[in-house]
Write a protein that binds this ligand. Sequence first.
Ligand SMILES: Cc1cc2nc3c(=O)[nH]c(=O)nc-3n(C[C@H](O)[C@H](O)[C@H](O)COP(=O)(O)O)c2cc1C
Length: 309
Amino acid sequence: MSKSVDMAVTVGADRPVRLKNPVIAASGTFGYGLEYADQLDLGAIGGFVTKGVSLKPRDGNPPPRICETAAGMLNAIGLANVGLEVFLGEKLPKLRKLDTAVVVNLYGEAVEEFAELARRLSEAGGVAALELNVSCPNVKAGGMAFGCAPGPVGEITAAVRAVTDLPVWVKLTPNVTDPVGIARAAAAAGADALCLINTLLGMAIDARRKRPRLANLYGGLSGPAIKPVALRMVHQVSRAVAIPVVGLGGIVTGEDAAEFLLAGASAVQVGTANFLDPAACLRVAAELEDFCADQGVTAVADLVGGLAA
Ligand SMILES: Cc1cc2nc3c(=O)[nH]c(=O)nc-3n(C[C@H](O)[C@H](O)[C@H](O)COP(=O)(O)O)c2cc1C
C-alpha cells in the first residue's frame, strides 16, 4: 500500500513534545531503551519511556515477580532500577545522542524525592519529558499509593512543576473509583499531559501448590486483558481535562492504537507487547499508518477524539 499519511503528533501546547509518530514504548517494558538498540532503530520509534528512576538504586522484590495470565501478565518487579546517579552518569549520555523522544519515568516515596529527581534531570539536559509514576506508596502516609487521591497527586505535580521547565506528564493509576477527580488535580497543578493507565492490581494462585504465583502476593496486571478498562478511562479523562492524554493498556496492534486515539488520546504507549515482539512499537506504528491510509485519513492526528457519538 502506498502510504501518504502524516504520522507526526505533538503532545501538549505550552511545552510541546513532538513525536515522529504517536507510538511510544512504555515504562518498565523497554529498559533504558539502549537494551533494544540491536532489535530496532531507536530513531524510528515515536519515543520511549525509561524504567522508573528513583534517587537510590533499588533491587526490587524477590522472585518470582512476573507470571502469565489469561490475555496478559502480572508483575511485581518492585521498581528495580539503577538509581539516579548511575542513570545520569551512564545511561543519559548515551540516550542524549538518540534521535527520538526520551521520556524519563520518576519514582519517589515522598513528594520531595519527586522534586529532587525532576530538578537533577532537568539540569542534566537531553530529556524530552518527565513522566511521574504516582502509583507508588507514599511512605509518609503509611504506604498508601500517592495516585489514589487528588490531593497527593496535585502536591507531587506542583512540587515538580516548581523546579522544572520540562514537560511534566503524570501517569495515573486505574486502581481508583474516580480517575477524573485525580486527573483534574494533576491538570490544575500544572501537568502538561496525563498518561493512563498504569497496571491494575491483581493476583494469581497456583491451586495445586496452594501458593500465590508472585512472591509479593499481588502484582500489576497488564496486556490485552486491561484494554477495555484503559479505553474507558482515556475516554472519561480526555473529555474532562484540557490537557492531552497519552493512552496505554493492552495495545498490540495498530488498530488497538487507533482505538485509543479515537477515545481521545493524543499519543499511545506500548508496554507488555514489547516482551513478545521487541520491535512492537515500529510494527504498531506501521499498522496504524496502514489503518489510516485504508480509512482515507491523511494525518493520524485527525483520529484524536474522533469517536462517533
Ligand atoms: C514488567 C513491567 C514493569 C513496569 N514498570 C513500570 C515502571 O517502572 N513505571 C511505570 O510508570 N509503569 C511501569 N509499568 C506499567 C507499564 O508502563 C504500563 O502502564 C502497563 O503495563 C500497561 O500497558 P501494557 O498493557 O501495554 O503493558 C510496568 C509494566 C510491566 C509489565
